[in-house]
Each structure stands twice: as C-alpha cells, then as structure tokens.
Design a protein around this ligand. Structure first.
Ligand code: C2E
Ligand code: CA
Ligand code: CA
Length: 675
C-alpha cells in the first residue's frame, strides 16, 4: 500500500456494527412477514368457517324442525290409533298402541340425545311435554289391558284425551319452533355480521400496522446504513491523516509492530526512515498555514514517488513523516531511498505561485537491530534525524548506539544544570575588550562557567546548547545578566572610561522566549547598573528571523540606551546592508576569520571588507579570538576598532578582572605577565 489510503487497515478499534448487522432488520422483517401471513390465514380460516356456519345454520335448523315435526306427526298418529282403538275397543289394537308408544318414546329419546348440545329450537321442551304423556298413556293402556279389561271405555276416553292434549301441545310448540328458528337465525346472523366487521377491522388494523412496521423497518435499515457509513468514515479518520490521506501515527505504529513481529519470526530486516522538513516552521510562520498545508501535501506526494508499492509512508504529525521499508537485504537500500527522498525534497516547491525551498533531514533505524518495539525504533530514528539536522540538514544518518549515550548525557546534563543553578555552581568570567586606537579598555564580556562538583570546570559550549534545547537557558540567562550587572556595577565608578561597557550574551531561544523588557528593567533597577553601559550580544540568526516582534523588541532596547552587537559575525548569511534595518551598534567578527587573518589572503580580504563596510554603516567592529601579535598588528592596520582574545587576556574570574578594570588603560605587558 503506497499510502493511497484506499484500504483501511484493520485496527484494534471495536466495530460498532458486526458484519452481520443486516441480519437483524432482515430477520425482523421476515418475522413480521410471517406474522402477517400467519394472521391473515387464521383470519381467513375463521372467516370461512363462519361463513360455513352461516350457511349451515338454516339447514341445521330445518333438520331439527323436521325431526320435531316427525315426532309430532308420530304423536298425532298415536292419537289416531288410540281413537281407533276406542272406537273398536280391540285389545289387539290397544297393545299395538302400547308398542307404538314404546317406539315413539324411543324416537323421542334419540332425538333428544341428538340435540343435547345444540338444542336451539327447544327439542328438550317438546320432549319434556311428550315424554310424560306417552308414559302415562302407555301405563293407562297397559293397566286397562291387564287390570280393567280392554273394554274399559272410560279409560280409553281419558287416554285419548290425554294423547290429544299432548299432541296439541306439541303442535303448538311446533308452531313456536318456527318463530324461534327465525329469531335464532336473526340473532346469529347479526352476531356473525358483527363478528365479520370486527374481523375486517382487525385485518385492516393489522395490515396498516404491518405496513407501518415495514416502513419503520426500511427507515431503520436506512439509519443502519448511514451509521455504518459514518463508522467507516470515523474509522478512516482515526487511521488516516486528513491532509495527505496517509496512514497516521497510530496506524503506522500498528504497521511497524506487525513488521517487527514478522522480523522476529523470519530472518529479514526492515528499515524505518524518520523524515523531518528543514524549513517547514519558517514557511508556515511566514507564509501562513495554507502554504504549510500545501507544502505537506506536496511533500507526501514526492515521498510516495520515491518508494516501492510495498513500502508504507505515513504522516506522524506536523512536518514529520515516516517510511517503513520492509524486507531490505542491505542497509544500502535504505540509504538509497533516503538519498532519493532528500533529493526530491530539495527541489523547489511551488505553493500558490510562490517558489519555496524546504529540504529534509532523515534518521534511519533498522529492525530488529536498533529496537525490538515500535516506540524504540521511532525514538531512535528521531534521534538519528536530529543528528542529521546537526550535521547541517538535507542529509540522513543511521542510528548508532552512541546517539543514545549522547541522549543520556543530555538528560544528565540537564538535571545537573538545574541543580547547578540552585546551588551556586555557576560562575561568571569576564574577558576584557580593548580599543585598538590606544590599547585602552573598552569593556568586558561576561562568559559563563560551570564549576561541576565532580567533573570540574565545564565550558559553555558543552552545556548552553542543552540549556537552549530544554529551555533552562531562560533562567540561566537571567541569572547571568543579574550577576554580571551586580559584579560590574562597582567597576563603573573606578573606571576612567565613561563608555566602558559590560557585554552579555543572549541566546536566540532566550531572546525569543524568556526575555522581556520588564525583566531587563527590573534587573537594571535592582543592581543599579545603567542601561547605557550594557551591551547585548545577539546572533545573526536572530536577525534572520522573520518576526516583526524581534525588531520591535530590539528597538525598545535601543531606546533604553542599551547597545547591541552581532556576535560571531560572518558565520551566518546576513548581508551587511540588511543590518541597516536593525538598531545594531557593533559587529563581532568571528574568531574563525581572525585565526588565519595574518596568513590567509582571502580571510584578510574578508575582514577588510567587513571592517570597511561596517564603518560605512557606522558600526563598530570587534575582532574576536586574537591570539598573536601578528593578528593584532594586522587588525590595527585594517582599522578594526576593538580586539578581544587571549593575546590580551583570557576570560578571568571576578577577583582577577577587578585589577585590570580599575586600571582602565593597562600596560599590556603587565596584564599578560601578571595573569
Ligand atoms: P562567544 O560569545 O563567541 O565567546 C567567545 C568565546 O571565545 C569564549 O568561549 C572565549 O573564552 C573564547 N575566546 C576568547 N579569546 C579567545 C582566543 O584568543 N582564542 C580562542 N580560541 N578562544 C577565545 P567560551 O567562554 O567557552 O564561550 C563559548 C560560547 O558560549 C560563547 O561564544 C557564547 O556564544 C556562549 N556563552 C558564553 N557565556 C554565555 C552566556 O552567559 N549566555 C549565553 N547565552 N551564551 C554564552
Ligand atoms: Ca559573545
Ligand atoms: Ca563570538
């Protein structure tokens, strides 16, 4: 994946939805569908059953009616037979009636049983009427036959009467049956109608509910899809840099971790390149964030152009990029890629029509030798990158174990320095500066010394860069200013030179961060040191900064009467004419030019040019690091205004410098021999 970011890498981040997330809504949709089909078929069943009942009811009623009619008829026949038996008074006919009564009774029982559960028309009522009558008739007839003789006309008349009554009553009931049937049918029909209406209502409600549910289901589905989409987006944002679409730091660390564990299992090496742009901050600060962003985008594209498909580029943040080169056979491969990236980034960039140069420094670590976990590899590559920056930028460095030693040393030094500041281990030495015109003392430069309890005297070149890096220089700088002013205050009275000055070095970081006018005024006020006798030595690089506040601050210092000198002049890149913009009063020509000024013609010409042009700009020139009488003589010949160096005097402790200062214009020999 050459960092197009097209395939989101799997990360340990939890998924909001499982891959089966569609199964949920689908399942419920199917369930609703099944429910719908189920309910509808039940309703359909009920409905059709009801219709069946509806249809069957009159038939069934008429069946009941017919049965009852049969009974009534039979009863009628029996009454006829009794009448016949009475007319003829034949025992034969009487016993026939008895048999007939058994028959009728049996039929009656049967019919009653038949309608035991569905006696809509009142069969039992008819049964209740007829049965005891038939029973009585039979008993009387039997009695008549066996006890009173078959000819007992009275008995037969009574029997006939009874039978006729029963028949009549049965007929009356039969008449009622029709009415009852109509009534029953009517109520049943209206009940069924009601039932059907309820059913239709229920069905409609169900259908509407189902429809609503289905719609809700669709909506839910849409929400789920939208959520899934935003989940993907969030996942992408968590893993990729939005500006370059490259994998971001966590994503890269995961890749690196995987690569490291692969390196552990197989005998393969991989390289990690840590890339940092050299001029990003300046471009970002001076041209604005849009330019910075555009630069980052273009850098990402150029880096991607320098690597293989299998290599992974990522943006860690800011102007830091990393490249993981898996499976390298040789470190040379890593250096080839690094060189190619550096070459590509050294070419000018066109940002919204502006041409800018960035350049990059690269640190390289090799897995598994330089670290067995992602963070160590990254940290070490970062360290190697800083080393490359120290080596003059636009270059690369492989990580070495000495770098870690140096880092450890750095941390130790920082810790010790904090203690030193509290426990008065710091000291200020002063180096005199002389006028070339008459060898009189022009001023002194305060130079910091550290009396380390175990390591002895440590020179500033060893610890000031560390203090600048950690920020401790802010406290140290104020300490130097306060103590130098306090120490030099009494010398002003004894010194014959009204212009005598105290020079104090102010480092760039200190100037930009922890150095306010108020602080300076406070120190001058507390020590009673006049601003007009103070000179601050600043570096060329500070003047190169494109920050208007710096110019303002320098102007304020000048307004207070403080003098300003450019230290180590000539080592940077500032053009002389550029100095006109700043309220600078002096240039300190760097000792590297003075060293060979007497022997090297081009150095001599350079110093001459600086002096001539400086005078043209009304600037005082000070030569640093004057060590020999030849250098001294030549500088005087070139009309350099002031000299400073071991030829005159080394930096001295307060006690030692007092004597020189109080004498003002020293006899040089005396100074050199005594100290
Ligand atoms: P610098 O400001 O260029 O100071 C001059 C350096 O040259 C001093 O080194 C001094 O001892 C040395 N030097 C003087 N005469 C000669 C000579 O004839 N030959 C040679 N070879 N060297 C000579 P030092 O004291 O070690 O300081 C080194 C640097 O540390 C200073 O360079 C300055 O940049 C920085 N520094 C010293 N004190 C302070 C301080 O209080 N604050 C800050 N910010 N930086 C300081
Ligand atoms: Ca200096
Ligand atoms: Ca210097």
């Amino acid at each position: 994946m050459s960092a197009t970011g097209s395939e989101p890498t799997p990360t340990s981040t939890m998924r909001i939805f499982s891959n089966k997330s569609l199964a949920g809504p689908l399942l419920s949709f199917l369930l609703v569908l099944a429910l719908m089909i189920g309910t509808s078929s039940i309703i359909f069943y009920v409905q059709s059953t009801l219709s069946e009942i509806e249809e069957a009811l009159p038939i069934r009623l008429s069946k009941q009616e017919r049965d009852i009619r049969v009974l009534v008829n039979e009863m009628g026949k029996m009454t006829q037979t009794i009448k016949f038996a009475r007319a003829y008074q034949s025992p034969k006919v009487v016993s026939m009636v008895v048999r007939q009564s058994f028959e009728v009774e049996k039929n009656l029982e049967q019919i009653r049983d038949k309608y035991r559960f569905n006696d809509v028309l009142g069969v039992s009522a008819i049964h209740a009427k007829l049965n005891p009558a038939i029973y009585d008739i039979r008993n009387w007839l039997s009695d008549g036959i066996y006890n009173f003789g078959p000819t007992s006309g009275e008995t037969l008349r009574l029997v006939e009467q009874r039978a006729r009554d029963a028949h009549k009553e049965a007929e009356t009931l039969l008449l009622k049956v029709g009415e009852t049937a109509i009534e029953v049918l009517g109520t049943q029909a209206s009940r069924i109608e009601k039932f059907r209406n309820i059913m239709i209502l229920t069905l409609t409600a169900l259908a509407i509910m189902t429809m609503v549910l289905v719609l809700l289901g669709f909506r839910l589905q849409r929400i789920v899809l939208a959520l899934k989409e935003s989940e993907e987006q969030i996942r992408y944002r968590a893993n990729f840099d939005s500006l370059t679409q490259l994998p971001n730091r966590p994503n890269f660390i995961e890749h690196l971790g995987e690569e490291i564990s692969r390196n552990r299992r197989h005998p393969v090496k991989s390289a990690l390149l840590f890339i940092d742009l050299d001029r990003f901050k300046t471009i970002n600060d001076t041209l604005g964030h849009d330019f910075g962003d555009e630069l980052i985008k273009q850098v990402a594209i150029r880096i991607q152009g320098a690597i293989r498909e299998t290599d992974v580029v990522s943006r860690l943040g800011g102007d830091e990029f990393t490249v993981l080169l898996p499976d390298i056979t040789d470190e040379i491969h890593a250096s080839i890629i690094a060189k190619s990236i550096i070459a590509r980034l050294a070419e000018p960039f066109t940002l919204f029509g502006h041409e800018v140069y960035s350049g990059a420094s690269i640190g390289i670590t090799i897995s598994p030798m330089d670290g067995t976990d992602a963070n160590t590899l990254l940290k070490n590559a970062d360290m190697a990158m800083y080393e490359a920056k120290d080596q003059g930028r636009n270059t690369f460095r492989f990580f070495t174990s000495q770098m870690t030693d140096r880092a450890k040393h750095f941390l130790e030094l920082d810790k010790d320095m904090r203690r030193a500041l509290q426990q008065n281990e710091l000291q200020i030495f002063f180096q005199p500066i002389f006028e070339t015109r008459n060898d009189s003392l022009a001023g002194v430069e305060a130079l910091l010394r550290w009396q380390h309890p175990t390591r002895g005297m440590i020179l500033p070149n060893e610890f000031i860069p560390v203090a600048e890096e950690t920020g401790l220089i802010e406290d140290i700088g104020l300490w130097v200013l306060r103590h130098a002013c306090a120490a030099a205050r009494p010398w002003l009275a004894s010194n014959l030179q009204p212009n005598f000055y105290l020079a104090v070095n102010i480092s760039m970081r200190q100037f930009k961060r922890g150095f306010s006018n108020a602080q300076l005024k406070k120190i001058l006020h507390e020590t009673g040191f006049p601003a007009t006798n103070l000179l601050l030595e600043i570096t060329e690089s500070l003047l190169m900064e494109e920050d208007s506040r710096i110019k303002e601050k320098l102007a304020e210092f000048r307004d207070m009467g403080i003098r300003l000198a450019v230290d180590d002049f000539g080592t940077g890149y500032s053009a002389l004419s550029y100095l006109r913009e700043f309220p600078v009063t002096a240039l300190k020509i760097d000792s590297s030019f003075i060293q060979d000024v007497a022997s090297n013609a081009s150095d001599r010409r350079l110093v001459e040019t600086i002096v001539t042009m400086a005078h043209g700009l009304d600037l005082v020139t000070v030569a640093e690091g004057v060590e020999t009488p030849e250098q001294d003589a030549l500088l005087k010949e070139l009309r350099c205004n002031m000299v400073q160096g071991n030829y005159y005097s080394r930096p001295r402790s307060i006690d030692d410098i007092k004597h020189i200062v109080s004498r003002g214009t020293p006899k040089l020999k005396a100074v050199r021999t005594r100290y």
